[in-house]
Write a protein of this length. Structure first.
Length: 368
């Protein structure tokens, strides 16, 4: 009996040891550096992450959208999603020019807005942002409309910019926008911050804008930015693999870089981008894609950077994941385009085989 017990103990010990070794092998030592340079935290990352692909997993737990059935659950063309602190889900229907609101269990609550150009009406809305006080709707006509969480129209401050590309509102109601500078010598995208009445607070950063008078590169780097949970502006101009973080007052406080292998642009991709273009446009292609495409954030401070690297011919792109400190922790493949990652849940807009759109929510699990 003692011998048998001893054998069982050894087997258990070896099993636990194998499990510990396996877990330990999953993580590698981070080989980057962090230093302060002129008051800016600079985080330099190597090519390889600290963890493998299995560090992150998703489990679907909600789907909103019906092909036939209840009108409240039917959509014409979803364009954007927002989620508030109460986990209410706001779905922007671009074609119908309204926002449908659902509770955290996917039950329909109300519809905000209607098609038109008057107070409380929406004209080609393309982006929404929600904070604890209001819902902001950006429209193609450069209008910004604000509604209460209950759907009441609040205000529409006059826009003073000529070209408005993107706008988001932070937790305090300040508005960050990306606008175009039309200068005959220098076309630029500018990221600026305004107060709720659209008085300028700070000009934050600029980047080149395509010039239609010159040859056009459809793969040129395009700046991308978001607002994080602390109202910092997370910005990237992917000419290089560098993510910059600006404070709410517009001061650069952190730079995150990563070594990477550029992805070559294929002939098929060139044909896709130029197939319907007018013959007078002169194209000039770069050999490689930009350092990355875009990114999204979660409410725990992680940054998910979508790269151009994908799995075979599938539309499954790898995303580099950085922790709140800026360390490269994982490289994960995602088929869907994430819009919100909040309270341990990921929200996406997806299409079925017939092209019908649904909003899906996934529970997120981390293994580190």
């Amino acid at each position: 009996m003692k011998t048998k017990t001893k054998v069982i103990s050894i087997v258990l010990f070896l099993s636990v040891l194998i499990m510990l070794v396996s877990c330990k092998q999953q993580k590698t030592e981070w080989k980057g550096t962090i230093e302060e340079v002129d008051g800016v935290t600079v985080v330099k990352n190597p090519k390889e992450p600290m963890y493998g692909e299995d560090v992150f997993s998703l489990e679907e737990d909600l789907s909103i959208g019906e092909v036939e059935g209840r009108e409240e659950y039917m959509f014409s063309e979803m364009r954007h999603i927002a989620v508030d602190e109460g986990e209410r889900i706001y779905i922007l229907d671009w074609k119908e020019s309204h926002i449908k609101v659902f509770d955290k269990d996917g039950e329909y609550l109300m519809t905000i807005g209607r098609k038109g150009q008057g107070p409380g009406e929406l004209d080609s809305p393309n982006m929404i942002t929600v904070n604890q006080n209001s819902l902001m709707v950006q429209q193609a006509s450069r209008r910004l409309s604000f509604f209460s969480p209950e759907g009441k129209f609040l205000r529409e401050p006059p826009m003073k910019v000529t070209m408005l590309f993107r706008a988001r509102v932070d937790s305090k109601g300040d508005i960050v926008v990306q606008e175009g500078l039309i200068d005959p010598e220098n076309l630029m995208y500018l990221v600026k911050k305004y107060d709720p009445e659209l008085n300028l607070i700070a000009e934050i950063v600029s980047s080149p804008m395509p010039d239609p008078r010159k040859s056009f590169n459809p793969f040129m780097p395009i700046a991308y930015w978001l607002i994080d949970k602390d109202d910092n502006i997370v910005y990237g101009y992917p000419e290089d693999y560098e993510i910059q973080i600006y404070s709410p007052k517009g001061r650069l406080i952190k730079e995150i870089t990563k070594e990477y292998d550029p992805v070559e642009i294929t002939e098929e991709e060139k044909e896709e981008r130029t197939g319907d273009a007018p013959p007078q446009i002169k194209f000039e292609f770069s050999k490689y894609h930009s350092a990355f495409y875009r990114f999204f954030l979660d409410d725990e401070g992680r940054i998910f950077v979508q790269t151009w690297e994908k799995i075979g011919d599938e539309e499954i792109y790898y995303h580099d994941v950085f922790d709140p400190e800026g360390k490269y922790i994982g490289k994960i493949p995602l088929r869907m385009i994430p819009f919100v990652c909040k309270m341990g849940k990921l929200y996406t807009i997806e299409e079925d085989e017939e092209g019908y759109q649904v909003v899906k929510r996934y529970k997120v699990s981390w293994k580190y």
